[in-house]
Each structure stands twice: as C-alpha cells, then as structure tokens.
Write a protein that binds this ligand. Structure first.
Ligand SMILES: [Zn+2]
Length: 282
C-alpha cells in the first residue's frame, strides 16, 4: 500500500529565491492576481468544500507564502496563534490545500510567539518575505523552527504496538511517538522512545514517510521497527496504556467495525497512514 500522508500534496511554489528581494515581493503584492489568506480565530479560514479562502491584499501582509500557479499568495499575521482548536479544522480541510495550510499556520504561529530576539531580548523585525526575523540591535538572525518527532510502526510476530495518551478520545489507540532530542539520530530517538514508553528493545529501524504537523511546528517522521520481544513495561506518566494488536484487529478498527478493540487515529494523522500501510502490506 502506498504511503500517502494527508499533507503529501505538492503544495505551491515557495519561490525562495524571491524572498530576499523586497522590491520583487512588493511588485508581486501589487499584481492584480495577488491574494491574502483569510484567517478565522487564528486558523486559516476554509470554504464549505474545505479549501483555503483568499481576499484582496491590503499591504499589511508581511508573509509571502509563494506562487500558486503564478499567482502571489500572502498572509497577514493573525491576532493570536492558532491553538488546539486548529486541529478540529483538519477534519474539513481539502488535502490539496494541506501543505499551504500547514505552512501558513506554523509560520504565523512562530511570528506571533517570537517577537523578541532570543540573544539580546530586543524586539525583532520580519525579513526574507516573512521566513525569518532579524534583530537590528545585535544583528542576530532567527529562522522559523521545525521540531522533529519520530512516530513508530512497531511490530512483533505480525502484531502491532499501539498506545493511548490521556488526551485521546475514549477507545482511541495510535502509534507511539516522541520528540527527537539534540544530539540524537532518528534511529536513536526511535529506540529511546520505545524503551522509555513501552520498555521494549527494537531492531531494524527504517524510515517510511513524513508529514508536517503544524501545532505549532512539528515534523512527524514515520518509521518502522521490529521489537526483539513482546513484554511491555508501560510508562504511565506518558501513556494510559500500550498493547499489541493483531492484524485482524487493526483491519476491523480501520474498517470502522463497532466490535473492533480500538478506534483508529483520524485520516489527517500520519499514524493513520502508517496503519493503513501496515494492514495493506500483508
Ligand atoms: Zn538581538
């Protein structure tokens, strides 16, 4: 089964080469086909079909998102950073617009939260078409952060390990995940997280696919791994539960069978992509 994460669409031309040319960005903003992203409560606003919505530029849009079929796309900064509610919008979002939704939400959240220089504490200003901030006092440059997270499809003798976080809806189980720490490889993070959260050792860690998760700035790195044993020691500070599920149980869950032993993650989560891949891989 092909791995097609919800955020895997090509997205728009980010036009990086133009970002550092303010006169070019100003000319793009003046074009008749330039548009500005509409916001609703700190989240990109969607039309009834789930597409992003656009309005005329006013000149007050510091973020140059790129070129959509040649048409310049800009965004103002929302008054507040998108909160947890932003995830609820994903259920309506058209996957074609998912990459631009992620870029606009993550980039704008970063600006709203990083108005001051982390070196000297002075107010910083936007440059590079909105893809960086600069401190005019100490000359430091700051770039939007991307936080790598490993998320794991762990198997042992044709069973799959899934866990429950306390914040999940009732009966939901999903793939175990955790942030990569400074100085760590992706493989090292997979091995450490599984040992910490489930008390297991794994071998044969492989990269499968990735997707952005703009809440606010994660990059989910989907991996597979094979456990060397099935005895679990669950870290109950992190998880309510972790269990092995058979392929038949996973197939029933993904088919929406009410008798299935768990509810799967939603389609926009990379964990769902990994589960779909596993049951299609028999
Ligand atoms: Zn500074």
């Amino acid at each position: 089964m092909p791995l097609e994460p919800f955020f895997a669409a090509p997205g728009i031309d980010r036009a990086d080469a133009l970002r550092n040319r303010p006169e070019v960005v100003a000319a793009l903003r003046a074009q008749a086909n330039a548009r500005a992203l509409r916001w609703a409560d700190g989240v990109p606003a969607l039309d009834p079909a789930g597409a992003l919505t656009w309005e005329a530029v006013t000149g007050d849009e510091p973020l140059f998102l790129g070129l959509e079929e040649g048409a310049p796309r800009f965004a103002a900064l929302p008054k507040s950073a998108g909160g947890v509610e932003a995830r609820a919008v994903l259920g309506q979002l058209d996957p074609t617009d998912a990459p631009l939704f992620a870029a606009a939400l993550s980039l704008s959240s970063w600006h709203v939260r990083h108005g001051y220089c982390s070196v000297c504490g002075s107010p910083s200003v936007i440059f590079r078409g909105g893809w960086a901030r600069r401190c005019d006092i100490c000359a430091a440059e700051h770039y939007p952060r991307v936080d790598p997270v490993v998320i794991m499809l762990v198997t042992f003798e044709d069973r799959l390990l899934l866990g429950r976080q306390p914040i999940y809806p009732p009966r939901r189980y999903s793939a175990l995940a955790g942030f990569v720490e400074p100085g760590e490889t992706i493989e090292g993070a997979v091995e450490r997280e599984l040992h910490e959260e489930a008390g297991i050792k794994v071998a044969d860690v492989r990269y499968l696919t990735s997707q952005p998760w703009p809440f606010p700035s994660s990059l989910m790195i989907g991996c597979s791994a094979t456990a060397t044993g099935d005895a679990l020691t669950v870290d109950h500070d992190e998880l309510d539960d972790a269990r092995w599920f058979t392929r038949a149980e996973a197939i029933a869950a993904l088919a929406g069978d009410p008798a299935a032993p768990f509810l799967p993650p939603p389609r926009f989560a990379i964990a769902r992509t990994l589960l779909d891949h596993w049951i299609g891989d028999a």
